[in-house]
Ligand binder design. Structure first.
Ligand code: KIV
Length: 258
């Protein structure tokens, strides 16, 4: 898998199936089950480390989990998160992004409206995935785990950020917890690929946290999650069912959307 192949999938309307992944064993399993993109998300701070948010995740954590994921999945496209505080200036972000690329990532993901950061990374040949809507690293500023862009001003700001990040050269954007109608408008407007999580069925692809879709919850399961272990006889089969459901538009439905 590579960036061009992903862009061709989006252009012909084939949905992109993304899952988070943090280690070699699951990476090999996800690759064999047909997942298109593995996201080494800083959600590992919650699902692996047991934190109440992602803010305690370090560059050292991300480098380690990116390396182990890349070791297990030699043919997958790997996106790695720049963790909290690692992208506060364009120069710091570039230095940290290079560490993740050297560890095996093909693209880095960063949260919020950091247009200057995206410009510098892209200028230096590093593909970027943006992340808008609910951005977990801003959980305190956002006042908790809440759907974003429900009001007109909020929706306008997300749309403006999406356009600015697209123009800055981002190749992909995660749209998290926002009204399905807004995610649809963004997908129609921007050139970058849109990957939804709690953002309705009209994005170019979907992502879920691996542990969530396997029914391994440390807390309450969010509305946008489906437990794919239900009806599956193995983890591999659950992941295959997820890929098939994303590709056939059977997931997400309105039940998983806002
Ligand atoms: O950290 C993560 O796993 C993410 C996904 C929830 C999109 O950003």
């Amino acid at each position: 898998m590579n960036l061009t192949a992903l862009q061709q999938m989006a252009a012909r309307g084939e949905k992109i199936a993304v899952l988070t992944c943090y280690d070699a064993s699951f990476a090999a399993l996800c690759e064999a089950a047909g997942v298109d993109v593995l996201l080494v998300g800083d959600s590992l701070g919650m699902v692996l480390q047991g934190g109440s948010d992602t803010l305690g995740v370090t560059m050292r954590d991300m480098e380690y989990h990116t390396r182990t994921t890349a070791t297990g999945a030699k043919n997958s496209y790997i996106v790695a998160d720049l963790p909290y505080g690692s992208d506060t200036t364009p120069e710091t972000a570039l230095e940290n992004a290079r560490v993740l690329i050297a560890a095996g990532a093909h693209m880095v993901k960063l949260e919020g409206d950091k247009v200057a950061v995206v410009q510098l990374l892209v200028k230096n040949g590093i593909p970027v995935c943006a992340h808008l809507g609910f951005t977990p690293q801003y959980v305190h500023e956002l006042g908790g785990y809440k759907v974003q862009g429900r009001d007109e001003a909020g929706a306008r700001k997300i749309m403006e950020d999406a356009v600015a990040l697209d123009q800055a050269g981002a190749a992909m954007v995660v749209l998290e917890m926002m009204p399905a109608a807004l995610a649809k408008q963004i997908t129609e407007k921007v050139g970058m690929m849109t990957i939804g999580i709690g953002a309705g069925p009209d994005c170019d692809g979907q992502v879920l946290v691996l542990h969530d879709m396997l029914g391994i919850y440390l807390g309450k399961s969010p509305r946008f999650v489906r437990n794919f272990m239900e009806g599956a006889s193995s983890i591999q089969e659950a992941v295959q069912h997820y890929v098939a459901a994303v590709k056939s538009d059977a997931f997400p439905t309105t039940e998983h959307s806002f």
